[in-house]
Ligand binder design. Sequence first.
Ligand code: ATP
Length: 448
Amino acid sequence: MTSNVNMEKIVSLCKRRGFVFPSSEIYGGLASCWDYGPMGVELKRNIKDAWWRTIVQQREDVVGLETSIMMHPKIWEASGHIASFTDPLVECKSCHLRWRATEVDRDRCPKCGGELTEPRMFNLMFKTLMGPVEDEAGTIYLRPETAQGMFVNFDNAVTISRRKLPLGIAQIGKSFRNEITPGNFIFRTREFEHMELEYFVKPDTAKYWFDYWVKERFNWYTNLGIRKENLRLRQHGKGELAHYAKDCYDVEYLFPMGWSELEGIANRGDYDLSQHAEYSGRDLSYYDDESGQHYIPYIIEPSAGVERSFLAFIIDAYREEMVEGEKRVVLRLCPSLAPIKVAVLPLSRNEKLTPLAREIHKQLRSNFMTWYDDSQSIGRRYRRQDEIGTPFCVTVDFESLEDHQVTIRDRDSLAQIRVPIGELEKTLRAKLNGEPFDVSSLWATRQK
Ligand code: ATP
């Protein structure tokens, strides 16, 4: 974590620059619910795309799925969520705040010092009724994870993919948990998005694949720019393991409130398919034609949250720097995650410059997520783009009208290169793909 970043600065930047707004704000907000603004939706989408690219697109052994949020209530009996997806909760007898019993180690309320009640079990699933007539309606649940939808489709995925084990099913989607203590901005909310992979393996290979996925998932974050020193792996102790898990590692990030879980990778054994086989009456064993055996596959599950990754990526990218005696805030986001890839900025809102700048913008926006900005001074516009992490700004100036060249400014080094308009798109594409921003090459260099 950079030493000068704290959660207040991140919350303020997210609001100011259109990443995250409090939900229902004009009505006073709704606790722990957030809306994602124009920059926020792009960042979220880019995180999900990056995950999907790595987990599904670039692999032969994983297929995607999108299952329903509302599912048969028996699924939650089979999964153990109705019996055990509970947290022990204590309530303060004077201020009535509720706390997870595991969060308070004294018998006094951390807020007001009042006496606490005995712990009570609290189910984290949201209940609702399905059916138009309330008396006859059945109780159903909003899913607290996307995983169960994939377990119950195991057979479909094997049949349709025509692939042998190991086989993964991947899904990204909303989950809901009636958390007792949501908070720390978007770190823990009651509605969030999961990115989950269920990787079905032969039982005697489970240890190998578990280790494999722990490494893969750690590297996914560092490949997208998170600094290694802010990331660590933590193995769950025996007493901490979920009832179904044989082993579990958390990828933890050094958030401003301390090391906290970013993603969990669990070896779930054969628990899930065995349970669903028992409760549904369907045979969910797998026939391995190489060994001629039937077995219930083990499942390795890397389970990540979109919003928590979002928060970690922004915090890790956040920098305050001095440039020419002025402070600039910059998000050094990996270009593939940056909400806007290229900003087009005419030097001024001049009638001669505008048509050319507009024309360039039109060309670029069919290939990149772009932003056009001609209000206020060029310096302020650069700062605005720095704060949302835009890797490149293209400046159109009066010389551009004569020499048909424009300037590309690099967010991180602040170096500028001049390129012919005809080569702009190709150059930007190469730079966004990681080609170095080499100011001594091909083009004349103009340092700001
Ligand atoms: P925690 O211990 O923080 O409650 P968990 O161990 O219950 O998390 P999992 O069920 O393993 O979480 O879910 C996997 C991932 O989903 C977490 O690592 C996190 O990124 C995300 N996640 C879980 N609960 C929430 C939540 N309430 N708000 C935002 N993200 C969440």
